[in-house]
Write a protein that binds this ligand. Structure first.
Ligand code: SAM
Length: 426
């Protein structure tokens, strides 16, 4: 591997007698892991369901090594796991998430840490997953949808703008900052080409500026996790120390460095900070409720097709109805691309459920179910209808008789396919 000379020199200085074994780590294949989605099933149930779950990742109880390349596997379609580089699994573990917390993931796409934070919240409280790059924010939304997260709001804003709205609002914040990506060298040549000492320095100033915004949004008593996938001290320990020096109410609780020659993983840095003081409860403006007709259309659909009654604030975006977490504030001034769980669309007074809703529900929440074999799942995800007799209405297709993978609508002996076109395998 063609590593930059200045990088090698700096690492030699930093690592001293560990340097040779660090260099040897570049001869090995990159490591791949998954994280079991405990919003949908337990680790034990996952291990019984699939045959590719390897050794546990030491710092993440729901993380396991595997051979990758399972994106089209039915268990992936059902959102039972998220593929995530093993050392990146540490940051959300350190965030001390409690059910009911208000959590911000400030640099969130494609969603590894957000979906991990969401699993820790178990549907209680609020997760705001923010991503500044529009296209990446869309991928983030898709991952949040597949993992069946109910209480996530996805925003597409620069931290400097967010800080004006969410002053001291969050109990926990994760800043998985854009960095020089030295931990990506083993799997991404572009990271090597873009690397320079100057780049690490400019990343450090951007990281400090993102942390300034995070500081303003963190409630007194709250915790902040800062992480990167680089090895440069200037972007890691030095950023953490400068941040703690700048704010007298910030203390560093712990710092961790996972290095590829010491562990099975590409490497990650994380620092945990606490902000002292007592949280003040401030009433912020509430969201504008959705039109009554839209909520009524949903409630009718719910009564006819589901065994559950969802609770939260109903809001609308055009013809789409969303269930926004109760802790979320008015969307005025917020560039939001997912104001909560997308329930569905109201077309000419009729409610058409969204895939998001199906993925966020459990088997017992549906009145109608069809269990599919793996072969039938492959037909279903290509858009084909399934011959089936039974009561008319919407129901869920199941993987392994338990896990929803998408809607169908039954009429006249045919389960019409409602798997979204944007996800179909062609
Ligand atoms: N947390 C993500 C995960 O676990 O899947 C990975 C995040 S990646 C390391 C950093 C993200 O920060 C990128 O998606 C990038 O688009 C975003 N970013 C870039 N510039 C930013 C800025 N000025 N403020 C906030 N985020 C930024």
């Amino acid at each position: 591997m063609n590593l930059p000379e200045a990088f090698k020199e700096r690492m030699k200085n930093d690592l001293k007698n560990e340097y040779e074994s660090f260099l040897e780590s570049y001869e090995k294949e990159p490591t791949i892991a998954l994280r079991v989605n405990t919003l949908k099933l337990s680790v034990e149930d996952f291990q019984e369901t699939v045959d590719f779950c390897g050794e546990n990742v030491a710092w993440c109880p729901t993380g396991f090594y595997y051979d990758g390349k399972k994106g089209n596997h039915p268990s992936s379609i059902a959102g039972l796991f998220y593929s995530q580089e093993p050392s990146a699994q540490i940051a959300a573990e350190l965030a001390d998430i409690q059910k009911g917390d208000k959590v911000l993931d400030l640099c969130a796409a494609p969603g590894g840490k957000s979906t991990q934070l969401a699993a820790k919240l178990q549907g209680e409280g609020l997760l705001i997953s923010n991503e500044v790059v529009g296209n990446r924010a869309k991928i983030l939304c898709e991952n949040i949808e597949r993992m069946g997260v109910k209480n996530a709001v996805v925003t597409n804003m620069y931290p400097e703008k967010m800080e004006r709205i969410f002053s001291e609002f969050f109990d926990k914040i994760v800043v998985d900052a854009p960095c020089s990506g030295e931990g990506m060298f083993r799997k991404d040549d572009v990271a090597i080409q873009e690397w320079s000492i100057e780049h690490t320095q400019s990343c450090a100033s951007r990281q400090l500026s993102i942390l300034d915004s995070a500081y303003k949004m963190l409630a007194p008593g709250g915790k902040l996790v800062y992480s990167t996938c680089t090895f440069a001290k200037v972007e890691n320990e030095e950023v953490a120390e400068k941040f703690a020096e700048k704010y007298s109410d910030i203390t560093i609780l712990e710092m961790h460095r996972l290095m590829p020659h010491r562990i099975e993983g590409e490497g990650h840095f994380s620092a945990v900070f606490k902000k002292s003081g007592e949280k003040q409860v401030e009433k912020l403006s509430s969201p504008t409720p959705a039109k009554k007709e839209m909520t009524e259309a949903y409630r009718l659909f719910e009564k006819e097709n589901l065994n559950t009654k969802l609770d939260g604030n109903f809001v609308s975006f055009g013809d789409f109805l969303y269930l926004m977490p109760k802790e979320m504030i008015s969307l005025d001034k917020i560039k939001c691309i997912r104001p909560g769980l997308q329930l569905g669309e109201v077309r000419k007074g009729r409610f058409i459920p969204s895939h998001h809703l199906c993925m966020a529900l459990k088997k017992e929440d549906f009145k109608r179910l069809i269990a599919l074999s793996d072969d039938e799942i492959s037909l279903y995800t290509r858009g084909e209808a399934i011959i089936h007799s039974g009561e008319k209405g919407y129901g869920a297709m199941l993987y392994k008789e338990k896990y929803p993978i998408g809607w169908y609508k039954l009429s006249e002996g045919l389960a019409k396919n409602h798997y979204p076109k944007y996800l179909r395998k062609v």
